[in-house]
Design a protein around this ligand. Structure first.
Ligand code: F6P
Length: 343
C-alpha cells in the first residue's frame, strides 16, 4: 500500500518518534510505501507531499517538533471550499490508499469527518501536550511539557526565596488543567489554579498571606485557561481556524491583583511554547513509538476509522468518533488531593 502521513495542530515532542515507528515497521515488516504531507491538512489539500522512506526517518527519534511541519488548517473551515472532495481527489491522483493523521482534537475531528462523511481511509494517532483527549489515558508530549514546567518551578523557588516575592508560573493546557496540576504537584507549588475550578481571588490572597506567615514566599502555578469566579475578558479577536481562542495572560492579571491586594511584590513568568520545545522524555518517546507501531498494524489490518489509545499499559484501537467526543479534564477529587499543599 501507499500511505500518507501528516501532523496537524500545535507541534509536540514525540511526533517524529511516531513517524519513525510507522515508516520503519511499514517498510521493513509490511513492505508499504509512504509519503509525508506538509503542514497538517494543508498538505493533502494543496497536494504538497514528499516520499518518506527509512533514510528520511533516521536520527529523528530524539528530535522535537515534526519533520513534516504542522498547521491548524481546517479542511472543513469557512476559508476552504470543498475540502473533503479536494483531499479525496488528491489522494486518488497520488495513488495514496490511506492516511495516518497525527494530531489533537481538531486534526482528529477532521480525520473522523473525512472517514465518516467522505469515506476516506484514515487512522488517527493522538498527540497533545494538553493531555485532554478523552479516549486515551495519556497523549505523548504531555510528560515532556510537565517536566519542562516542573524544572522551571524548581528554578523559580530560588528567586521566590531570595527576594521574598510571589512568583506566578503560567503554563499551557487550553481548557484542561493537566499540565498545571502535574507540574504544580511535582514542583511543590503553593497554589495551583486550573480552568476546571474557577478561583476566588480573595482566597488566593489569603493563601499567599498564609505562606508568608510561615516565613516563605509562595509559588503559584496557573493554567492559561484558569479564570476567577465571574471571569476576566479573554482575547476575543484571536480565533484559530477551528474557532479556538488564543489563551494567555492570566498570570499577568494575577500579578496585578495580588500585588495590589497584599502589597507583596509579585512577578509572573509565562512559559509559553518553551513547554512544547526540545527533545521528548523517555516516556513520550516510548508512547509515541508504540502508537506508531500500532497505527501501522491497524493500516495493515484495514481497520480504518480508528485511533490508537493508551488504556492502562495496553495500546488499543478506538473509534475516531470516540476520540474526539469528550474533553478530558481534571476531576475535582484529584484537584482536592493537591490542596494539602496550598498556602
Ligand atoms: O494544544 C496545544 C497548545 O499548546 C495549547 O496548550 C495552547 O493553548 C495552544 O496549543 C497554543 O496554540 P498556538 O501555538 O497555535 O498559539
Amino acid at each position: 500500500m501507499r500511505i500518507g502521513l501528516l501532523t496537524g495542530g500545535g507541534d509536540c515532542p514525540g511526533l517524529n518518534a511516531v513517524i519513525r515507528a510507522v515508516v520503519r515497521k511499514g517498510v521493513e515488516v509490511f513492505g508499504h510505501e509512504f509519503v509525508g504531507y506538509r503542514d497538517g491538512w494543508r498538505g493533502p489539500l494543496e497536494n504538497e507531499a514528499r516520499p518518506l522512506g527509512v533514510p528520511e526517518v533516521r536520527g529523528i527519534l530524539p528530535r522535537g517538533g515534526t519533520i513534516l511541519g504542522s498547521s491548524r488548517t481546517n479542511p472543513f473551515g469557512d476559508s476552504v471550499e470543498d475540502g473533503a472532495r479536494t483531499i479525496a481527489a488528491n489522494l486518488e491522483a497520488a495513488g495514496v490508499d490511506g492516511l495516518i493523521a497525527i494530531g489533537g482534537e481538531d486534526t482528529l475531528g477532521a480525520a473522523s469527518r473525512l472517514y465518516s462523511e467522505a469515506g476516506l481511509n484514515v487512522i488517527g494517532v493522538p498527540k497533545t501536550i494538553d493531555n485532554d483527549l478523552g479516549a486515551t489515558d495519556y497523549t505523548f508530549g504531555f510528560d515532556t511539557a510537565v517536566n519542562i514546567a516542573m524544572e522551571a518551578i524548581d528554578r523559580l523557588h530560588t528567586t521566590a526565596d531570595s527576594h521574598h516575592r510571589v512568583l506566578i508560573v503560567e503554563v499551557m493546557g487550553r481548557h484542561a488543567g493537566w499540565i498545571a496540576f502535574h507540574a504544580g504537584l511535582a514542583g511543590g507549588a503553593n497554589l495551583i489554579l486550573i480552568p476546571e475550578q474557577p478561583f476566588d481571588i480573595e482566597r488566593v490572597c489569603e493563601l499567599v498571606g498564609r505562606r508568608y506567615d510561615a516565613h516563605f514566599a509562595p509559588i503559584l502555578v496557573v493554567a492559561e485557561g484558569a479564570q476567577p469566579i465571574g471571569g476576566v475578558p479573554q482575547g476575543e479577536g484571536n480565533l484559530d481556524a477551528f474557532g479556538h481562542i488564543r489563551l494567555g495572560g492570566i498570570a499577568h492579571w494575577l500579578e496585578g491583583e495580588i500585588e495590589r491586594r497584599t502589597g507583596k511584590e509579585t512577578r509572573a513568568t509565562v512559559l509559553g511554547h518553551v513547554q512544547r520545545g526540545g527533545t521528548p522524555t523517555a516516556f513520550d518517546r516510548v508512547l509515541a513509538t508504540r502508537f506508531g507501531l500500532h497505527a501501522i498494524d491497524a493500516v495493515d489490518d484495514g481497520r480504518w476509522g480508528k485511533m490508537t489509545a493508551l488504556r492502562g499499559t495496553e495500546i488499543e484501537l478506538v473509534d475516531l468518533t470516540e476520540a474526539t467526543a469528550e474533553l478530558k479534564t481534571v476531576p475535582a477529587e484529584l484537584y482536592a488531593e493537591a490542596e494539602t499543599f496550598f498556602g
